[in-house]
Design a protein. Structure first.
Length: 132
């Protein structure tokens, strides 16, 4: 947990990884866990190579959320004003909603192995897959 200030986490293997920050930026790389939950408040979140066996949840108020090379059976991305940009390792059934931003997501393929729910009030949403 962090009130402010930037935080970096690297190479973690745990059952549950939960982080809550108020305003600092958070950068995370190489995480394997059953459940991952990051909430960064007004800060920006960057995550690389984050693998969850069950659920991954990413939340922010104003900050952008950027994840690359991540996978999980269930993804939840939630931001009030930030952009959400995710590159996932495998296809998901995606439900994306924004009130005033742009949505750019892959077409639903016949084969997917999980769900991805994306909500933002005014940010843009971009989801793609690594192999694209």
């Amino acid at each position: 947990s962090s009130e402010s200030g930037d935080v970096s986490l690297a190479t973690i293997s745990v059952r549950n990884l939960y982080y809550e920050g108020k305003s600092g930026d958070l950068s995370v790389i190489n995480v394997t866990a059953d459940n991952i939950r990051f909430s960064v408040g007004d800060g920006k979140f960057e995550g690389y190579n984050l693998l969850a066996n069950s659920t991954s949840a990413y939340k922010s108020n104003k900050g952008d959320i950027y994840v690359d090379g991540c996978d999980s059976p269930t993804f939840v991305f939630d931001s009030v004003k930030g952009d959400i940009n995710a590159t996932l390792l495998s296809p998901k059934q995606i439900a994306a909603r924004t009130q005033s931003g742009d949505i750019n997501i892959p077409e639903i393929s016949g084969k997917y192995n999980g769900n991805c729910v994306v909500n933002t009030d005014s940010g843009d949403i971009t989801i793609k897959y690594v192999e694209e």
